[in-house]
Design a protein around this ligand. Structure first.
Ligand code: IMP
Ligand code: MG
Length: 336
C-alpha cells in the first residue's frame, strides 16, 4: 500500500481568482508525484504563465508543464473531442504531455446531446459546455463513462491502483486542482446560480483518497469579486467597475464574456475559509485595485472604504485571522 499525502487548491469566490497561478507555483516548487483535476469539465479556463508564455488550459492539469503525472479525476466530466484538441494544442506548444496525462476511467462523458441541452440555457448563464446535463445524467444513472470512448482507451487508469497501490512511489504526493469556486459550488454557492459539481475540498476527497491524507488547503481569492453568469451582480460605482475590468483583464478565459465585478465580501470568504479548512489564502490582483485607487469591501451589512490598500489589507487580515491560516497578498502577474 502507498502512503498518500494530498494538497488541495480551491477558489473561495466565484472562480477566476488565480488557482492556476497557485497550482503552477506549487507544482514547480513541490515534490508532487501527481497533479489531479477533481471537478468540472472544460467550462473552466485556467490562465497560466509558463516560461514567459501565456497558456489557457481547460481540462488538462498543470502537472504536464513540469513533467508530473497528471490525472483528470473521476469527479470530472470530459468532452472527448475538446480534450483531444487541448492535448494537440499543448503538444504543438512544445509541452510534452504524452506519458504524463491520464484519465480516471470512471470519469463521465459530456456528449453532443449534453452540449445541445446546455445551449438552450438562459436562466443560469452557463458556459454552454454541457456540464450541467452531463452531471444530471451521471446522478440520474444514465450517464456515459469515459471507459466507453474508444479514442480515450490508451489514457485510462484506475485511480485506486494509481494512488493506493503505486509500485513506483512509496509515498504518493498529490496536488488536487479544483475548478470554479465556492460561490459556484452546487451546495454552498448561490443556488441555482451555481455549477453542477463540488468545488470545495470535499470534492477532492471524492476522487479516491482518504480524508486524513489532506495536508494543506490553498485558497485563491481576489481583492475584489468577479462573477460570470445570469444573476444580478456588480457594484454601484460603474466607472470603477469598468476600470477594474480593463486593468484586471476581467474577461472569461473560456467564453470571453466580460466578468461582472463587485467589491469583496468578507463574510462569504470566511465561510469558504472555514468550510474548506484553508491553511493558506492568497488574495490576487491587489495591484489592480491600487491602480484604480478605491479600496472598498463589504462586511456584515456594512460597506467600508479605506484610504489605502495597506489599510484595507490590515482590516482583512484582522478579520480573517485563524489559527494555522497564512494570508498572502499578491499582484496580478507576480509570482507568489
Ligand atoms: P456551467 O458550469 O457551465 O454550468 O455554468 C454555471 C455557472 O458557473 C455560470 O454562472 C458560469 O459562468 C459559471 N462558471 C463555470 N465555470 C466557470 C469558470 O471556470 N470561471 C468562472 N465562472 C464559471
Ligand atoms: Mg477560470
Amino acid at each position: 500500500m502507498s502512503n498518500i499525502i494530498a494538497d488541495v487548491v480551491v477558489d473561495v469566490q466565484h472562480g477566476d481568482c488565480g488557482k492556476g497561478k497557485i497550482t503552477h507555483h506549487l507544482a514547480r516548487t513541490g515534490n508532487y508525484t501527481h497533479v489531479v483535476r477533481y471537478n468540472g469539465g472544460h467550462n473552466a479556463g485556467h490562465t497560466i504563465y509558463h516560461e514567459g508564455k501565456k497558456f489557457i488550459t481547460h481540462l488538462i492539469p498543470c502537472g504536464v508543464f513540469f513533467g508530473i503525472e497528471s490525472i483528470i479525476g473521476p469527479g470530472c466530466v470530459v468532452n472527448p473531442q475538446r480534450l483531444l484538441e487541448e492535448m494537440k494544442e499543448l503538444r504543438e506548444a512544445g509541452i510534452d504531455i504524452d506519458n504524463l496525462l491520464s484519465i480516471a476511467k470512471n470519469a463521465h462523458v459530456i456528449t453532443d446531446w449534453h452540449l445541445a441541452e446546455d445551449n438552450k440555457d438562459k436562466a443560469i448563464g452557463t458556459t454552454k459546455r454541457g456540464n450541467g446535463p452531463a452531471y444530471r445524467d451521471k446522478y440520474g444513472r444514465k450517464g456515459v463513462r469515459v471507459e466507453q470512448v474508444p479514442e480515450l482507451q490508451e489514457y485510462l487508469i484506475d485511480v485506486y491502483e494509481e494512488f493506493h497501490r503505486n509500485s513506483e512511489h512509496d509515498t504518493v504526493e498529490i496536488l488536487f486542482e479544483g475548478a470554479q469556486g465556492f460561490g459556484l459550488d452546487v451546495d454552498w454557492g448561490d443556488y441555482p446560480y451555481v455549477t453542477s459539481s463540488h468545488c470545495t475540498v470535499g470534492g477532492a476527497v471524492l476522487n479516491g483518497i482518504p480524508a486524513h491524507s489532506i495536508r494543506n488547503v490553498y485558497g485563491a481569492a481576489k481583492i475584489y469579486e468577479t462573477y460570470v453568469g445570469a444573476k444580478q451582480f456588480g457594484m454601484d460605482e460603474k466607472d470603477e467597475e469598468e476600470r477594474i475590468r480593463q486593468i484586471g483583464e476581467e474577461f472569461g478565459a473560456t467564453t470571453g464574456r466580460p466578468r461582472k465585478i463587485d467589491w469583496m465580501d468578507i463574510d462569504s470568504i470566511e465561510r469558504a475559509v472555514d468550510i474548506n479548512g484553508l491553511t493558506t489564502l492568497v488574495f490576487n490582483k491587489v495591484d489592480v485595485l491600487e491602480q484604480v485607487g478605491r479600496f472598498i469591501l463589504y462586511h456584515g451589512d456594512n460597506k467600508f472604504e479605506f484610504d489605502s490598500i495597506s489599510d484595507m489589507q490590515y482590516y482583512i487580515e484582522e478579520n480573517i485571522k485563524r489559527d494555522n491560516l497564512e494570508v498572502i497578498f499578491s499582484g496580478h502577474k507576480d509570482r507568489i
